[in-house]
Ligand binder design. Sequence first.
Ligand code: CP3
Length: 333
Amino acid sequence: MTPLHQVIKNKNTKIKPIWIMRQAGRYLPEFREIRKLNPDFIKLCLNEDLSSEITLQPLKRFDLDAAIIFSDILMLPYGLNQKVEFKKNFGPILGQININEISKISETDFVEKIFPVYKALDKVSNNQITSNKNTIGFVGAPWTLLVYMINQQSPKKDLKHDFFEDKNLIKKILSILEKFLMIHIKNQVKNGANVIQIFDSWAGLLQGKDLENYIYFPTLNLVNYVKSLNVPVICFPREIKNYKKFCEVVKPDAVSIDYNVDPKQILKDIQIPIQGGLDPKVLLSDKENLKKETIKYLDIFKDHPYIFNLGHGVLPETDPNMMDHLVKIVKDY
Ligand code: CP3
């Protein structure tokens, strides 16, 4: 069994596998080289030769336990024919949502439009380098995708005051998202993804009753669907106020924590396997501090099923040597 599966399925506490969110990305010179020649990010994600090559780049350098497919959560609205662009130094920009058009999209239309993502997964999972390692597929959580589809860009600190104005529209989008997220997950699993991570990057924007309607219930449906495919599911409800409650209601197989979570407290609160936590900014400091902070997490989760990762994606300005150092610290522990 792969190290990640041993931790998630067998609750193994003796091994501490490691993979890193955004492990394939701008901090790697070999990625930047490909990126320079491919200014259109979506097209790059839809080039199965390049996206599978990019996926494997970090595994060629570092002794990581999983590959995460090089794609994006916004490939889903893209597959639904909403315009999606990535502007340099700004982030994603989406076109206005046309609910009538989106409602007409069939499973075949959607799968055809983003088919290279599945081909890339097939390539990665069949590559020698990933034998006895996991290939992680992923989706955005319904809430985070809803935020992007309505807001048309990353929210700054808060949602616009009129975000919830058209409740009927929101209901329709959520129902479409539920259908196509399941289709997207199903096809990733069919093509070799053997762990699914659900990214809810904007979970921290909600409180109270909204949590139930937009996070707990939609995510629970998705988690149950992944479980029905016999694939472990990791949830990352970034900056949610109450991880304990989230885990009790949604019951993922493992939970990924952000860097504002107190690791000692979460250890008392949560019984399921835990992933992540370390602040990505620690990789911008020095080796001594990196070692101290990394060992801190490993010590706290010594007797708990734990997958090493960061509390958010690796920063583009990270020195690859620091990443190398981090992986070695975890492997030598
Ligand atoms: O983790 C991985 O290495 C797998 C690939 C991956 C990407 N995006 C590639 C990417 C994954 C898992 C994502 C998830 C994602 N995408 C999330 C959830 C996680 C999080 O970061 O909170 C979100 C919110 C998005 C949407 C998105 N994509 C944003 C806001 C941006 C711009 C900001 C940024 O980091 O550049 C992207 C672009 C993006 N997605 C890049 C990469 C490697 C950078 C593209 C570039 O080279 O310019």
